[in-house]
Design a binder for this molecule. Sequence first.
Ligand SMILES: [Zn+2]
Length: 67
Amino acid sequence: MMKFSAGGASIQCPCCGYDSFEKDYRQLNSRGASFLGLDWANKNATILICQRCSHIAWFMHEPLSSR
Ligand SMILES: [Zn+2]
């Protein structure tokens, strides 16, 4: 369980207001995007999973972790 901040503000879950998340990564590309030539979509996004309600928040730039 870790706390994070992005853009200079601490991140809270928009669903339940909790402030501890698990960090993971997901590919943004899909077959459809590649077929259409949208190569800018072939990137990794950082996701934070709320440890209380499991809401997933997506970030293009990795949030800073702060314990
Ligand atoms: Zn939550």
